[in-house]
Ligand binder design. Structure first.
Ligand code: C2E
Ligand code: MG
Ligand code: MG
Ligand code: MG
Length: 280
């Protein structure tokens, strides 16, 4: 009996793996098309200056609706793209989108000064990929200082030497650089001084615990103070409530991002000014 049960369970596991693999292969095939046919979309989420409550900066986030499977989250298709060698074309596609959008905003006098793009660490392993993203921006005649490249802390730590060298190259070209999901990795604050970044994006997990946990509040305050001392810019991700916003404002956080202000939306829907009553 025991043997047959185990066999049955193994078969179930095998089937789940196989099903997952089939789904991933499908996703990769269709994603390739979505890139060449330009049906992959760029949504934008605002970063709000907590002093002025204005947003002159945005982050581009890839959005994809599969013809049959429906909306697929970047949490699923980005790792699939990384495994399938599709991340470089995807990033270049998104960068073209972002450059065109910035120029369009300039034309229509929408005051968006800066756009951020998420950069996969897999990108750093592709020969010539760094140079190509520089060429794309030059091709549009855009100041690279208007584009911030966000790299997650954990990704960066995994292959530190390569990452630092490539980031120094991108920084020398003029891009701004941000450490995304900061606080989730293992880097210590002293160590941070050696990284060539302009901005720290404090991870959403700290913000969601902020008003309930004095420990998290202390950690966030420490990160903000450290950033101020070393001249780093700070953005807090995932602000969902007024309480969180108020607490972060008092701690001296410069920029905020989160559903409280606006979810990621198509370019035409972004809101520039926020009137949030912080007293209620
Ligand atoms: P990320 O760069 O840390 O982006 C922030 C994520 O948090 C986004 O999820 C955003 O929709 C979500 N978010 C923002 N504010 C709030 C909030 O107040 N509450 C909650 N619960 N969530 C909030 P999204 O768009 O699903 O993206 C997930 C991740 O996928 C991104 O994390 C980024 O690492 C990756 N990603 C998305 N687009 C791209 C892309 O074009 N290229 C690359 N390489 N990665 C991308
Ligand atoms: Mg990001
Ligand atoms: Mg993040
Ligand atoms: Mg993230």
């Amino acid at each position: 009996l025991r043997t047959s049960l185990r066999t049955k369970r193994d078969i179930v596991f095998y089937d789940e793996d196989a099903a997952e693999q089939v789904r991933e292969e499908r996703i990769i095939q269709e994603l390739r098309h979505a890139i060449t046919e330009e049906t992959l979309e760029a949504y934008y989420q605002v970063k709000v200056d907590l002093q002025t409550m204005r947003s002159e900066k945005v982050e581009a986030l890839a959005r994809w609706t599969h013809p049959e499977l429906g909306m697929i989250s970047p949490g699923e298709f980005i790792p699939a793209a990384e495994r399938a060698g599709l991340i470089v074309p995807l990033t270049e596609y998104m960068l073209h989108r972002v450059c065109r959008q910035l120029l369009e905003w300039d034309q229509s006098s929408v005051p968006v000064r800066e756009a951020a793009l998420n950069l996969s660490p897999v990108h750093f392993q592709a020969v010539g990929a760094n140079k190509r993203i520089q060429d794309i921006v030059s091709g549009y005649g855009l100041d690279p200082g208007r584009i911030e490249l966000e790299i997650t802390e954990t990704a960066m730590m995994r292959n530190l030497e390569t990452a630092v060298a490539q980031m120094e190259d991108l920084r020398a070209f003029g891009f701004r650089l941000a450490l995304d999901d900061f606080g989730t990795g293992l880097s210590s604050l002293t160590y941070l001084q050696q990284l060539p970044v302009h901005t720290l994006k404090i991870d959403r997990s700290f913000i969601s615990r902020l008003t309930r946990s004095p420990e998290d509040q202390a950690i966030v305050k420490l990160m903000i103070d450290f950033a101020a001392t070393t001249g780093l810019h700070v953005v807090c991700e995932g602000i969902e409530s007024r309480e969180e916003l108020l607490a972060l404002k008092l701690m001296g956080c410069q920029d905020g991002q989160g559903f409280l202000f606006q979810r990621p939306v198509p370019a035409s829907e972004i809101t520039i000014r926020y009137d949030l009553d912080l007293t209620s």
